[in-house]
Design a protein around this ligand. Structure first.
Ligand SMILES: [Fe+2]
Ligand SMILES: [Fe+2]
Length: 138
């Protein structure tokens, strides 16, 4: 399956957020590689669990920053996080019971969802944050 490659479009300019996003890219790529290699299902579950936990803590970080900086669109952004996380958790729950296969289509939908969120909603927030930093410096 096609791997994700990190490029400057995903760069938000906020170091901690970029680091966490890059980590999420790595984990998604790890899942894709393991699915391609047809490794044991439990190994894929382990990486999926990692994806869920890192995504969860990343979302909390972002939400904390939004509240601290009084970002006006925080609730809208939180709803997107909730939806995304519940999709990841549903797979985490259903995959071990063979109710779901990690096929190309499913992975594509997830990749799109996850990374569309970065390109739209996260960048919208970090633009706000970066502008605030610039204003403070000038
Ligand atoms: Fe976000
Ligand atoms: Fe994010």
């Amino acid at each position: 399956m096609t791997k994700l490659s990190w490029n400057s479009f995903y760069q938000t300019g906020v170091e901690i957020i970029d680091k966490e996003h890059q980590k999420m890219f790595e984990i998604v790529n790890d899942i894709l590689t393991k699915v391609d290699e047809g490794v044991d299902k439990t190994q894929i579950q382990e990486v999926w669990n990692q994806l869920v936990s890192i995504t969860e803590s990343h979302f909390l970080h972002e939400e904390k920053m939004m509240v601290e900086h009084r970002y006006p669109d925080v609730s809208e952004h939180e709803v997107e996080h909730e939806n995304l996380l519940s999709e990841l958790k549903e797979i985490q729950f259903r995959y071990p019971m063979d109710q779901i296969t990690l096929n190309e289509h499913l992975i594509e939908v997830l990749k799109k969802w996850l990374f569309t969120h970065i390109l739209n909603s996260d960048i919208k927030f970090t633009d706000f944050l970066n502008l605030e930093t610039e204003e403070k410096q000038s």
